[in-house]
Design a protein around this ligand. Structure first.
Ligand SMILES: Cc1cc2nc3c(=O)[nH]c(=O)nc-3n(C[C@H](O)[C@H](O)[C@H](O)COP(=O)(O)OP(=O)(O)OC[C@H]3O[C@@H](n4cnc5c(N)ncnc54)[C@H](O)[C@@H]3O)c2cc1C
Length: 358
C-alpha cells in the first residue's frame, strides 16, 4: 500500500533527530529512514558544546545564538521525551605546554567572558599531573547523545514514523512536484545522512572535508563523581568527558587523512600513554571507537535545497559542532519550509549554486 507524507528524512543522527522534532512541532508530516549503524558521528560524540575553540580559545562562531537555541531546543525535546539530555558543566583545562598557558592568560586579558583562573591551584593534585596549572571554561554544556538518540528513536518507532533500513539513493525518483521511493511518496526528501552525502548523486560536489575521530572508553573508578558533579570535563591536550554507565570518553583525534575509518592500534597506544602520564589513578580501557565527522572545507554547514532539484534538501556539514549547530539549523530549515523565511546565507547550500549546477 502506498504511503504519503510531506517530508522524507534520511538519517537519524543529531541532524535528522532535530529536523524530525521541528517538523512535528510545525505540523509537517514526515517519515525518517535510518539504518541502525552503531558507530556514527552522533553516536560516538562526547556531546560537548564549548563556547571557545582552538588553541587560541577564540569564541565559537554564532555562539550566543547557538546557546539560546540549544537551551530551548534540548529543553523542549527533553520535555517531549521525558528525560533531561543537556547539562551545564565546565571544562577544567590543564595547560599542556607553557605556550598554552600563555594563550589562556592572553585570552583572559582580552575577553574574560568564558574563561576563569582557579582560586585553588592544587585542587586536582591527588588526581592529575599538571605542572603548568589550569584554567576553567564555563559555562559549557554536555549532551547525552546516546540517551537522546535512543529515546527519540523509540518515540519515532512508536509513532510509526521510522523505517529502520538502508535508503538506496539510486531508487529515488524525482518529479517536479514530488519524490517517490518505492511505495513512499513525499513532497520533498531531506538528507541528514552525515558522511554519506559525500558520495551522493546530488550533493557530492559540495566541499566536504571528512575528518576522522577516534576515542577510547575507559573506566577510572577513582574519578567518579568528582568536581562538584559527575559531568565535569577535564582536558590536557586530549579531553576526558563523562560517558554512559559511569565510564569516561577519552579523545579525540582529528584526522584529515586516514587509511581506514576503523579504530587503530596507533591511536590506542598513544592515548593510553597520554592518559598514564596525566591521570594519577588506575584506569582500564573498555572500548575503542572511531567515526568520521561530516566536516566542510570552510567550516560552515550545508542547509537548504538543491538549486536544480528543489524537492531535494540537505541538513549536514556540522563538522565538530553538531550538538549546537543541528538544533539551530533544523529550526531554520523548518521555518524555511513552512514560511519561506531565508536560511542564513553562509549556511544556505545555494551559495554553491554554480558548483551544484555543473
Ligand atoms: C570522535 C568524535 C567526537 C565528536 N565530539 C563532538 C562533541 O563533543 N560536540 C559536538 O558538537 N560534536 C561532536 N562531534 C561531531 C558530531 O558528532 C557531528 O557533527 C554530528 O554528529 C553529525 O551529525 P549528523 O546527523 O549530520 O550525522 P551522523 O551522526 O553521521 O548521522 C547520519 C545518520 O544517517 C544514517 N544514514 C546514512 N546513510 C544512510 C542510508 N543510506 N540509509 C539509512 N540511513 C543512513 C546513519 O545511520 C546515521 O544514523 C564529534 C564527532 C566525532 C567523530
Amino acid at each position: 500500500m502506498s504511503q504519503q507524507v510531506d517530508t522524507l528524512i534520511i538519517g537519524q543522527g543529531i541532524c535528522g533527530t532535530f529536523l524530525s522534532f521541528q517538523l512535528e512541532k510545525a505540523g509537517v508530516t514526515h517519515l525518517v529512514i535510518d539504518e541502525a549503524r552503531p558507530f556514527t558521528a552522533s553516536r560516538i560524540a562526547a556531546g560537548l558544546i564549548n563556547p571557545v575553540t582552538g588553541r587560541r580559545l577564540v569564541t565559537t562562531w554564532m555562539i550566543d545564538e547557538l546557546l539560546v537555541s540549544a537551551r530551548e531546543a534540548y529543553g523542549r525535546l527533553s520535555d517531549t521525551l521525558g528525560s533531561p539530555f543537556l547539562t551545564e558543566t565546565s571544562v577544567t583545562d590543564f595547560f599542556p605546554t607553557a605556550q598554552m598557558r600563555l594563550a589562556f592568560l592572553d585570552r583572559i586579558a582580552e575577553d574574560a567572558l568564558w574563561l576563569q583562573l582557579p582560586a585553588d591551584e592544587v585542587r586536582w593534585n591527588a588526581f592529575f599531573h599538571y605542572e603548568l596549572g589550569y584554567g576553567t571554561i564555563s559555562p559549557c554544556y554536555l549532551v547525552d547523545m546516546q540517551g537522546l538518540l535512543n529515546a527519540a528513536r523509540q518515540r519515532l518507532k512508536r509513532k510509526g514514523s521510522l523505517l529502520e533500513q538502508q535508503f538506496k539513493k539510486e531508487e529515488l525518483q524525482i518529479s517536479p512536484d514530488h519524490v517517490q521511493y518505492g511505495d513512499l511518496r513525499a513532497r520533498r526528501v531531506i538528507f541528514c545522512d552525515g558522511i554519506d552525502s559525500c558520495t551522493s548523486p546530488w550533493f557530492s560536489k559540495l566541499p566536504f572535508a571528512p575528518n576522522k575521530g577516534e576515542v577510547l572508553i575507559v573506566d577510572i573508578p577513582g574519578l567518579k563523581g568528582l568536581g562538584g558533579g559527575e559531568n565535569s570535563i577535564f582536558k590536557k591536550g586530549i579531553s576526558l568527558a563523562p560517558w554512559q554507565e559511569g565510564l569516561y570518553w577519552v579523545g579525540s583525534s582529528y584526522e584529515w587523512s586516514y587509511a581506514t575509518e576503523t579504530p587503530t592500534t596507533a591511536f590506542r597506544e598513544k592515548t593510553e600513554l597520554l592518559l598514564k602520564n596525566w591521570v594519577k589513578l588506575p584506569f582500564k580501557t573498555i572500548d575503542h571507537l572511531a567515526s568520521v565527522r561530516p566536516a566542510t572545507l570552510e567550516r560552515r554547514p550545508f542547509v537548504g535545497f538543491h538549486p536544480l532539484y528543489p524537492q531535494v534538501g540537505i541538513l549536514n556539514g556540522m563538522g565538530t559542532k553538531g550538538c549546537s549547530l543541528a538544533p539551530y539549523f533544523a529550526r531554520q530549515l523548518t521555518e524555511h519550509i513552512t514560511t519561506g523565511s531565508p536560511i542564513r546565507p553562509d549556511a544556505d547550500v545555494r551559495r554553491f549554486t554554480r558548483l551544484l549546477s555543473r
